[in-house]
Design a binder for this molecule. Structure first.
Ligand SMILES: [Zn+2]
Length: 316
């Protein structure tokens, strides 16, 4: 479990009232202050101006868990999983819809911001949107079991197609929505094992990075080494999960090998990886001396160089 934010008055709680009131004012108040929202919630709008839709999708996709955003502690007390936030707020909206506490116009705008829509012929619109939000909750719920590095390798194997799509979005992995479940799993693991979360700014990747920095503080390895170390732990991964991890790092194995043998391949890869990282210093020294040598070569008159190249060619 991630460490809770001790400064917050109560932990592991998402303030749905604040979020709903923000959603309401964003939808209905023409004076809603987009720039101050942007600063408060750490939403970057460098390229295109922030829209009301961005604000809605920010909340409904659980993006509020960004640690550095000053507005975060207000709504997510100690909660760091974007999946948990997305699920909690969607569930709350569904419950309120069941009591008809949300207007159709508002519901339509909120749903549309996260790509949940109906066609004009589909009626009753309110009930259909509500049903689609319930489906969304069902797809998000299993992700609570794989929103961390420690759980993703086992967790991803258990997910259905819709859950995988949500997990892909949370990791900023552009998996084709038409691709089958197995390819979606591979795409996500191919993102996670080389430490791909480090290059992404999505909330779940940020959470993974934080988890790594907190757990691996003091150790010398990088995110990739850390991730693979977790995957190589005894009794942790199934045969299927191990094979996917090995494939993602181009590690050779044969089809009839058992879990123990597969894990050994991963361990030897880790050893090679660590050695490679340790010898980085040596490699840098070698590169430096090579470039020194090359620059000395450049000082030799061009004519001589051409002649020696011809000589080499002739001798071949
Ligand atoms: Zn990621």
């Amino acid at each position: 479990m991630p460490l809770a934010d001790t400064r917050a008055p109560c932990n592991d709680l998402i303030d749905v009232d604040i979020i709903l009131s923000k959603l309401n004012s964003c939808t209905n108040d023409p004076d809603f202050d987009l720039p101050s929202f942007s600063t408060c919630h750490g939403v970057k709008n460098d390229d295109v101006p922030l829209t009301h839709e961005d604000v809605i999708s920010h909340f409904l996709n659980g993006q509020c868990v960004e640690r550095k955003a000053p507005g975060r502690p207000e709504v997510t007390h100690g909660v760091r999983s974007p999946v948990k936030m997305a699920l909690t707020i969607t569930e709350t909206i569904v419950t309120q819809c069941e009591c008809k506490q949300i207007l159709l116009d508002d519901l339509r705008v909120w749903c549309s911001a996260i790509g949940v829509t109906t066609t004009h012929t589909q009626r009753p619109e309110y009930a259909i949107l509500m049903q689609k939000l319930k489906t969304r909750c069902n797809a998000l719920r299993p992700l609570l079991n794989c929103d961390g590095l420690d759980t993703i390798f086992c967790g991803v194997e258990t997910l259905g197609k819709q859950s995988l799509q949500h997990l892909g979005v949370q990791h900023n992995v552009n998996a084709n929505s038409n691709c089958d479940a197995d390819s979606a799993k591979t795409a996500i693991i191919d993102h996670v094992t080389p430490g791909g979360c480090q290059a992404s700014t999505s909330s779940l990747c940020t959470l993974v990075n934080d988890e790594y920095h907190e757990s691996a503080s003091g150790s010398s390895g990088d995110l990739e080494t850390y991730v693979l170390q977790l995957a190589a732990k005894k009794g942790k991964l199934s045969k299927k999960a191990l094979r996917r991890v090995l494939k993602s790092r181009d590690i050779e194995f044969s089809d009839n090998e058992n879990v123990g043998e597969l894990r050994r391949h991963l361990r030897s890869h880790l050893t090679r990886l660590r050695k490679g990282k340790q010898s980085e210093w040596t490699r840098n020294r070698r590169d430096a001396s090579e470039s020194e040598y090359n620059s000395r070569l450049n000082e030799i008159p061009v004519l001589v160089l051409t002649a020696s190249t011809r000589l080499v060619r002739l001798s071949l």
